[in-house]
Ligand binder design. Structure first.
Ligand code: F6R
Length: 609
C-alpha cells in the first residue's frame, strides 16, 4: 500500500505535491520521491529513503508547475533510495501503488531487449515497458501506457510524467484506489481524498481499468481500449481529519473494512489454482528441505500468537508436521529443544517486538532455519530471519491489530498448503478447490461488513457486562482467544477466551446470567460438541451469542443472538469469524465511549522486554 499524487496547474508544484504526500503518509512512509518538469521543461527526479520530511529537506527551489509524487510502503525490494519511486526510463517517470505479479517474466524479457534495471522493484518494469512502447510509436503517451498495461498482471494505480508531454499527466487504475481532484486551471491525481482536500473538494472517482489524461484545464477519462467514459463529479463533505480516516470515525473501523483488500493483496501472485499449488518467490526452502522439517516452532506475542495457534492446527492437520507455539517472552527463557531440522517461524506484524526478536536470535544460535512473517519491509526481523514472507496488509494505525492479523492468517494458509504439496499430503485437486474458496473470502468479508448493524445491535445489548467469555473449538479456538483479546484491549471489559471443552474444568463456576458467552460455531467436525457446550452455559443462565454459518437452521433454538458468516470450506472459517469478533469488540468499545484507536497503556509496537 503506497500513496501516489500528481499535480498540474499554476501553483508551485513542489509544495503542492509535498503537502499532498504528507496527507498520504498513513499509506506508507519508508521512502518518498517526486518527478517534476523544471522551468525549461527538463525532467528532475528527487527521492530518498525515510519519511517525507526527509525528502523535503533535499529539494531545491524549482519553478515547476507539473509533477508526480510517491510515498512508499515497500512490497518488493528494501525501503531504500534506489527502490523509492518515481522510476525512470528514458523520458518517462512513473509512480505506482499495487503489485505487478508477472514482473519477473517482464523484467527478463525487457532485459533481453537491452533495458537496464537499477532497482529491485516491480514498478521499474512499468517504466521500461511504457518507454519501450513509446519508443516504438512516439507521439501519444496514453497509447504507450495502454499497450504496456495490456501486458501487466496485477494491481496498479499509476501516474506517468514525460518531458515529451509537458502539458499532461496520464494515470490509470486496476484494483488500487485512484481519484482526481478538480480545480480552476489546475487538476490533481491522488490515491485518496485527504491528499487534495486542502486545494479542492471536487472529485472524480476512477474505476477499475480506466485511464485519464489530466491537463491544466481538462480531464479526459477513457477505458483501456481508448473509449471515452462519462464521469460524475462529487463534492466531498468531510473535513481533513475525517478524510484521513476516509470518513470512518476510527482507524480501527477503517482497517476492519480494508480487510477485503488486504486479503486480496496477501494472495496476489501467490495462487496457482490450475497447478494446485502456492508460490512464494521469497522463500529459500526447496522441496527437499521442506520434506526434511521434523518440527515447527512458532514464536509470537499477543494477536500474532493467536495467528500462530491457528498455524499449529493447520500445520499438524494438513502437513503432519508436529508444531508448537510459544510466546516470545516465554521461549527466550526456556531451554528449548531445537535441532537443525526444526523450522522456527516468527510471526510479528511490526517486525520489532523485542521478545519475538530475542527468541529468533536464540533459535538462530541453535542452527535452526528461521522464517519471519511480518507486515513491515525493512523491519528488524526482516534483517535477522533467514526467510521472510511479507503479509502486505499496508500500514495499520489503530493499536488493535485487525487487518495485519487476517493477513497473517492468510499467509499461514498459503504456507501450509505449500508445505502440504511439497510433502505430498494434499492432492492438486483438493488444493485447487481450497484456493478458489480462498479467492472468495474477500467477497464473504464484504457480506459480513454489510451486516454490521446486527453486530452493533448485539454489542450494545451486552455493552454494560463486566465479564465476557469467548469459546471455540479446534481451528476456531484461536479466534475465541483473539475475540477476547480484542474486546479487553479496546473496551476494557474483562474477557476470557477458552477452548469450549475446557469450560467444565473450572471456568464454568464463573458463568451466570450476567456473563455473555460468544460461541464460535461454524459447521464442521466439532459442531455437535460446541452445541453441547452452548447447552452447558445456557443451563447456567448465560446469554449466548453464536457465530454460525448463514445456512445453519438449528443453532437459533439454543442461543440468544445469532451472528452469521457466509458458508465456506470449514477450514477457512476463521477468516470470517475473525471479522465478527473484531466488529463486536469495536462496537462494544464505541458504546462505552472508549479511546478505540489508542487504548490505555498499550502501544502499536512493543520494542521493550
Ligand atoms: C493486539 C496487538 C498486540 C500485538 C503484539 C505483538 O491487538 O496488536 O497483541 O499483536 O504486541 O505485536 P507484533 O505482531 O508486532 O509482534
Amino acid at each position: 500500500m503506497c500513496g501516489i499524487v500528481g499535480y498540474i496547474g499554476e501553483r508551485d508544484a513542489v509544495s503542492v505535491l509535498i503537502e499532498s504526500l504528507k496527507k498520504l503518509e498513513y499509506r506508507g512512509y519508508d521512502s518518498a520521491g517526486l518527478a517534476l518538469l523544471d522551468g525549461k521543461g527538463k525532467s528532475c527526479v528527487f527521492k530518498t529513503e525515510g519519511e517525507i520530511s526527509r525528502l523535503e529537506s533535499i529539494l531545491p527551489e524549482l519553478p515547476a508547475r507539473i509533477g508526480i509524487g510517491h510515498t512508499r510502503w515497500a512490497t518488493h525490494g528494501k525501503p531504500n533510495t534506489i527502490n523509492a519511486h518515481p522510476h525512470v526510463s528514458g523520458s518517462i517517470s512513473v509512480v505506482h501503488n499495487g503489485i505487478i505479479e508477472n514482473y519477473l517474466e517482464l523484467k527478463e524479457s525487457l532485459e533481453s531487449e537491452g533495458f537496464v534495471f537499477v532497482s529491485d522493484t516491480d514498478t521499474e518494469v512499468l517504466a521500461h515497458l511504457i518507454n519501450k512502447y513509446y519508443l516504438k510509436n512516439p507521439g501519444d503517451l496514453a497509447i504507450a501506457i495502454r499497450s504496456a498495461l495490456g501486458e501487466v498482471r496485477g494491481s496498479y494505480a499509476l501516474s506517468v510524467l514525460s518531458e515529451e508531454h509537458p502539458h499532461e499527466l496520464i494515470a490509470a487504475r486496476k484494483d488500487s484506489p485512484l481519484i482526481l481532484g478538480l480545480g480552476e486551471h489546475e487538476n490533481f491525481i491522488a490515491s485518496d481524498i485527504p491528499a487534495i482536500l486542502k486545494y479542492t473538494n471536487r472529485v472524480i472517482y476512477m474505476e477499475n481499468l480506466e485511464m485519464v489524461r489530466v491537463k491544466r484545464d481538462s480531464v479526459q477519462v477513457f477505458d483501456l481500449d481508448g473509449n471515452p467514459r462519462f464521469k460524475e463529479e462529487h463534492i466531498i463533505p468531510w473535513n481533513l481529519e475525517a478524510a484521513e480516516k476516509a470518513g470512518y470515525p476510527h482507524f480501527m473501523l477503517k482497517e476492519i473494512h480494508e480487510q477485503t483488500n488486504s486479503i486480496h493483496e496477501t494472495l496476489a501472485g501467490r495462487l496457482q489454482e490450475l497447478e494446485g499449488d502456492v508460490i512464494f518467490d521469497e522463500l529459500d526452502l526447496d522441496k527437499e528441505q521442506i520434506q526434511n522439517i521434523h518440527r515447527i516452532e512458532i514464536i509470537a506475542c499477543g494477536t500474532s500468537f493467536n495467528a500462530g495457534l491457528l498455524g499449529k492446527y493447520l500445520f499438524e492437520g494438513l502437513t503432519g508436521i508436529h508444531t508448537d507455539v510459544d510466546n516470545g517472552s516465554e521461549f527466550r527463557y526456556s531451554n528449548p529443544v531445537l535441532t537443525p531440522s526444526t523450522l522456527v517461524i516468527a510471526i510479528t506484524q511490526s517486525g520489532e517486538t523485542a521478545d519475538t526478536l530475542a527468541a529468533v536470535r536464540e533459535a538462530t544460535s541453535y542452527g535452526c532455519t528461521t522464517l519471519a512473517i511480518t507486515n513491515v519491509v525493512g523491519s528488524t526481523i526482516s534483517r535477522e530471519a533467514s526467510n521472510i514472507i511479507y503479509t502486505r496488509a499496508g500500514p495499520e494505525i489503530g493499536v488493535a491489530a485487525t487487518k495485519s492479523f487476517i493477513s497473517q492468517l492468510v499467509v499461514l494458509y498459503l504456507l501450509v498448503i505449500h508445505f502440504a504439496r511439497a510433502r505430498s499430503m494434499m492432492d492438486a485437486d483438493r488444493v485447487g478447490k481450497l484456493l478458489s474458496e480462498l479467492r472468495k473470502i474477500p467477497g464473504h468479508v464484504s457480506r459480513i461488513l454489510e451486516d454490521k448493524e446486527n453486530i452493533q445491535k448485539c454489542a450494545s445489548r451486552f455493552a454494560e457486562s463486566k465479564d465476557y467469555f469467548f469459546i471455540g473449538r479446534n481451528i476456531n479456538y484461536p479466534i475465541a482467544l483473539e475475540g477476547a483479546l480484542k474486546l479487553k484491549e479496546i473496551s476494557y471489559i474483562h474477557a476470557e477466551g477458552y477452548a469450549a471443552g475446557e469450560l467444565k474444568h473450572g471456568p464454568l463456576a464463573l458463568i451466570s446470567e450476567d456473563v455473555p458467552v460468544v460461541a464460535i460455531a461454524p459447521q464442521g467436525h466439532t459442531y455437535d460438541k460446541i452445541l453441547s457446550n452452548i447447552k452447558e452455559v445456557k443451563s447456567r443462565d448465560a446469554s449466548v451469542i453464536a457465530i454460525a454459518d448463514s445456512d445453519d437452521g438449528e443453532i437459533a433454538k439454543y442461543v440468544d443472538v445469532v451472528l452469521t458468516v457466509p458458508k465456506t470450506d470449514f477450514i477457512l472459517t476463521p477468516l470470517l469469524t475473525t471479522v465478527v469478533v473484531q466488529l463486536l469488540a469495536y462496537y462494544t468499545a464505541l458504546e462505552r465511549n472508549c479511546s478505540i484507536d489508542k487504548p490505555r497503556n498499550l502501544a502499536k509496537s512493543v520494542t521493550v522486554e
